[in-house]
Design a protein around this ligand. Structure first.
Ligand code: NCD
Length: 370
C-alpha cells in the first residue's frame, strides 16, 4: 500500500493536467512506469485511492472518456460523482463555471471537466482548490486521450520516438490531433504526415509547433501518398458538431475511408489508432485486421487515467491563484474561447516559448489580434 502511494507521488508533479505539454518528460516517464505496473498488476492498486472522490463534470457528450474516468476511479478504490447533462445541474440556472467548480471541489479530490468551449479547463484551474483534468475543451485539446495514445504506442511499439506518424481526417477541429501532435513533437526523430482536405488542415498554432521544432512534416491530401511509409496511422472522425452548418459538414464527410485496399498498401507493422467514436472512416472488414488496435487503445486509456488519478487524488487541497488580467484593452477574438462566454474571466495572453514574438490567448491558444 505505502509502495503504491510512493509510486503515485513521484509520477506527476503537476497540480492540474490541462495540456500534455505542461508535463516534463521525466514526469511522463514516471507516469508510464506506473501505468505499466497497473496494466500488469491491477490487483495491487485496488485500494490505492480508497476514500477519494472524483467528479466527472461533463458539459458535452461523451461515452468512453466519462466511463473510463469513472472506471479508473472505481478500480483504484475511489468513487465518483457526476453530471453529463448540464441541463440537469445549476448551470441551467445560469451558474458560472467558476462557482460550479468551487462547489464541486468542496465535495471531491479531483475534477475531470469536459466542455464545448476552448480554454474551459484552464479557466476552471484558476478557481479550483483540487486538481483539474482537461477531458476535452472544445476543438482545442484532449490531454488524457493523448496519454491513452502514448501508452498505446509505447506499449505496442516499445518507443515514442523515431516514428512516422500519419494523422488523417478532421485535423482542424480534432482536439485529439492537436494534443497528440504537440506531444509527439517532444520526442526526437518523429516525422508527420498530415492527411486532410484544405478546409480541415491543422490550425496555425499546431503548424507553428512543428516548424519551431524543425520537425519533418508533410501536408498531403490522400492516404495513398503516405500509408506505405507509416508506423502509426491515427484516423479521426469529421467533427460534425463543430461545423458552422450541416452543409459545410456534408462537404467534408466521407472523404477519407480506410478500407481493405488501403490496408494492403500499409506495412505489416503499421498500427491503426483512433480516439473513437468512429463513424464511417473505417470499414467493418478493416476492424478485424490485427493492425487495428483502437479497442485496446480505449482500454489503455482507462489504465492511463488510473495512473494520472493515482498522482492527482493524493495532492490534498490546493491554493487557487485567482489571476488578474495581464493586458489592457485587449480581448481574445476566438468566439469559442471561454473568456467570451464567462465574462468575469481575466483576459490573459502569453508569449509562447516557441515563438516569443507572438501573443496568444492563455486559455485557447488563439493568436492575439493587435
Ligand atoms: C474524442 C473527443 O471527444 O475529442 N473522443 C474521445 O474522447 N475518445 C474524439 C471524437 O469525439 O472524435
Amino acid at each position: 500500500m505505502t509502495k503504491i502511494k510512493e509510486r503515485g507521488e513521484v509520477a506527476v508533479q503537476l497540480n492540474h493536467l490541462l495540456d500534455f505539454g505542461e508535463m516534463t518528460l521525466p514526469e511522463w516517464d514516471g507516469l508510464y512506469q506506473t501505468v505499466e505496473q497497473i496494466i500488469d498488476h491491477p490487483e495491487d492498486f485496488l485500494d490505492a485511492c480508497r476514500g477519494k472522490v472524483l467528479a466527472t463534470t461533463f458539459f458535452e457528450p461523451s461515452t468512453r472518456t466519462i466511463f473510463s474516468f469513472q472506471a479508473a476511479a472505481l478500480r483504484l478504490g475511489a468513487t465518483y460523482i457526476s453530471f453529463s447533462d448540464p441541463n440537469n445541474s445549476s448551470v441551467s440556472k445560469g451558474e458560472t463555471l467558476r462557482d460550479t467548480i468551487r462547489i464541486v471541489a468542496n465535495y471531491t479530490d479531483t475534477i475531470a471537466i469536459r466542455h464545448s468551449l476552448e480554454g474551459a479547463a484552464k479557466a476552471a484551474s484558476f478557481y479550483s482548490p483540487v486538481p483539474i483534468v482537461n477531458a476535452g475543451d472544445g476543438g482545442h485539446l484532449h490531454p488524457t486521450q493523448t496519454l491513452a495514445d502514448l501508452v498505446t504506442i509505447r506499449r505496442r511499439i516499445g518507443r515514442t520516438e523515431g516514428l512516422s506518424i500519419g494523422l488523417c481526417g478532421d485535423l482542424k477541429y480534432g482536439r485529439t490531433v492537436h494534443s497528440l501532435l504537440g506531444a509527439m513533437t517532444r520526442f526526437p526523430g518523429n516525422k508527420f504526415y498530415l492527411v486532410s482536405t484544405p478546409e480541415l488542415r491543422v490550425p496555425r498554432y499546431v503548424i507553428d509547433i512543428l516548424e519551431a521544432g524543425g520537425h519533418e512534416y508533410h501536408e498531403v491530401s490522400t492516404l495513398d501518398e503516405c500509408i506505405g511509409a507509416l508506423d502509426v496511422l491515427y484516423m479521426t472522425r469529421i467533427q460534425k458538431e463543430r461545423f458552422a452548418s450541416e452543409q459545410e459538414y456534408k462537404s467534408q464527410a466521407g472523404i477519407y475511408i480506410l478500407d481493405g485496399e488501403k490496408m494492403k498498401k500499409a506495412g505489416d507493422h503499421m498500427l491503426v489508432l483512433h480516439p473513437l467514436p468512429k463513424i464511417d472512416e473505417i470499414t467493418d472488414e478493416v476492424d478485424l485486421d490485427p493492425r487495428c488496435i483502437y479497442f485496446d487503445q480505449a482500454r489503455y486509456g482507462m489504465f492511463a487515467r488510473m495512473g494520472l488519478l493515482l498522482s492527482l487524488m493524493h495532492k490534498g487541497r490546493l491554493s487557487p491563484v485567482y489571476p488578474e488580467s495581464n493586458v489592457e484593452e485587449m480581448r481574445c477574438h476566438n468566439p469559442k474561447c471561454i473568456t467570451n462566454h464567462e465574462r468575469y474571466l481575466p483576459q490573459r495572453f502569453i508569449r509562447p516559448e516557441r515563438n516569443p514574438a507572438e501573443l496568444r490567448c492563455e486559455y485557447c491558444d488563439a493568436p492575439a489580434r493587435l
